[in-house]
Write a protein that binds this ligand. Structure first.
Ligand code: EPZ
Length: 450
């Protein structure tokens, strides 16, 4: 296993292009199952989650027609991370545990396989370090479309009802996707993808409004689906008989962008970002504003692909942060924001409302000198004027990003173990940070232990 060895204290300075979004790309890749024609997706980052998704799709009879490596964004601007997929409609309908357990987003093949092939067997993904990850809302949504669902041997088994033409086909319906913490992003993706091929009209109430859902609707529409309202809590889908292939560019990764912004702030650096989805980061930008971190727009083009600069000279000011469904503050930036506020000039309050147990970074940041007091889903962050390097353990993807940030700002050496968590969501992070002045190296954990 690899770790990162970081010598802190260097301000990050330079330019970065934000990659395509992991969380948009995963359901987009899964939606290729809905057609037997080629689907071309540009700007797919080179991440272990995406590679695992391609393996899963391969098992489900989806061929990759081009063999270019993923994530060539910086190396070849003309053809960044392009994937061309073509599904064999008679492919397997079984997503096995061996693969789904490596990547919870494997669940997003459930809707497409069921809608296109009439049945699906998808292993339940099991536990997760950020807390319970139920899929009851996904199942409730698909049941509302007429699916018969049972559980067997740790797998969800779903069958579509018989349609008017005598073949299995889901039926449009009104589907309510509200849960205890708001809607569900991947549940909305599953139901929307499945409803695209259903008989009749589906209305999803309490749909997730995340930009990744808007991107999925854009791709499905390019395939011939009829979808209105994506990005709002009510999405209407008029089912069609079949979908065609398409060419689509994945939206930029708002969480990667937010992470780099927070890194500029915590290191008192200056980063220029291009392909930056500022429009999808309004709540995060508001918190940065409260913390005295200015984000300046340098162009007047598409606000989802902006050119901007973060230039920070001072310690951040304290802020109050509460995670919420989009357009509220994203849970996927909570750990990074906490790392930044750990060095603020005063007391901050961070409340997690989406995954109330998503605080594995708290104990690790404390080892670096952060003063954090947790009570249930809230952490009071009493800002300190410096963090000290230490060996720390990455536990989930975004917690790991928070620890790398703390390491970049800390005095001395920080070793972030288990960086495979980071590799799920940040492409070659050390190779992208080093040219910006970061002293960061990827090393085999056993070498550091010696
Ligand atoms: C997506 O997960 C993201 N993953 C997560 O990003 C992100 O943290 C999360 O949305 C919230 O924004 C991908 O897109 C691949 P949810 P998802 O269903 O869709 C509850 C990262 O770091 N819930 O929107 O699985 C659930 O417990 C990852 O990149 C139910 O109760 O999350 C949570 O409280 C981690 N029943 C809330 O809803 C369900 O059936 C939101 O979860 C489903 C969810």
């Amino acid at each position: 296993m690899d770790c990162f060895v970081i010598q802190g204290g260097e301000p990050l300075e330079g330019h970065l292009r934000i990659n395509g979004s992991k969380n948009a790309a995963l359901p987009l890749l899964a939606a290729s199952i809905l057609t037997d024609q080629p689907v071309t997706l540009h700007d797919c980052p080179d991440l272990s989650d995406l590679r695992n998704m391609l393996v899963l799709l391969g098992e489900l009879g989806v061929d990759r027609l081009n063999q270019r490596p993923l994530g060539v964004a910086e190396r070849d601007a003309d053809d960044p991370g392009t994937v061309v997929l073509q599904a064999d409609p008679s492919g397997s309908t079984h997503a096995r545990y061996d693969i789904v357990r490596t990547m919870r987003a494997g669940i997003c093949v459930l809707g497409p396989v069921l809608a296109r092939r009439g049945k699906a067997r998808v292993s339940l993904p099991g536990g997760c370090s950020i807390g319970d990850r139920p899929i009851d809302l996904h199942l409730r949504g698909l049941e509302a479309l007429g699916a018969r669902i049972e559980l067997d041997d740790g797998d969800v088994i779903a069958h579509a009802p018989t349609g008017a033409n005598g073949r299995p086909r889901l039926r449009g319906a009104t589907v309510f996707l509200g849960g205890p913490n708001g809607s569900t992003v991947l549940g909305t993706a599953n139901v929307m993808s499945a409803a695209a091929l259903a008989e009749g009209t589906t209305v999803i109430e309490c749909a997730a409004c995340e930009p990744e859902i808007v991107d999925l609707a854009a791709m499905l529409t390019a395939m011939g689906a009829r979808i209105r309202g994506a990005g709002s809590p009510r999405v209407t889908i008029e089912g069609v008989e079949s979908l065609a292939g398409c060419e689509h560019r994945v939206i930029p990764d708002r969480i990667e962008a937010g992470t780099f912004m927070a890194m500029a702030a915590i290191t008192k650096g200056r980063l220029e970002l291009t392909n930056c989805p500022l429009d999808a980061l309004l709540a995060f930008s508001a918190v940065l504003g409260e913390a005295g971190v200015a984000v300046q727009r340098l162009d007047a083009g598409d606000p989802m692909r902006a050119h901007c600069v973060i230039d920070q000279q001072d310690r951040p000011r304290p802020a109050v942060v509460t995670t919420q469904p989009h357009p509220g503050f994203p849970t996927d930036l909570q750990a990074q924001t906490m790392a930044m506020l750990a060095l603020a000039d005063g007391n901050s309050v961070v409340t997690e409302r989406i995954f109330p147990e998503r605080f594995l970074h708290v104990a690790e940041l404390t080892r670096m000198g952060a003063q954090l007091y947790r009570q249930g889903g809230t952490v009071v962050v009493s800002g300190v004027d410096k963090l000290r390097g230490a060996p720390v353990m990455a536990s989930d993807l975004r917690a790991s990003a928070g620890l790398v940030m703390a390491g970049l700002a800390a005095e001395g050496t920080t070793v972030v173990n288990r960086v495979y968590h980071l590799d799920r969501g940040y492409e070659r992070l050390e190779e992208r940070l080093a040219p910006l002045g970061a002293k960061i190296e990827r090393v085999d954990e056993r070498v550091v232990a010696v």
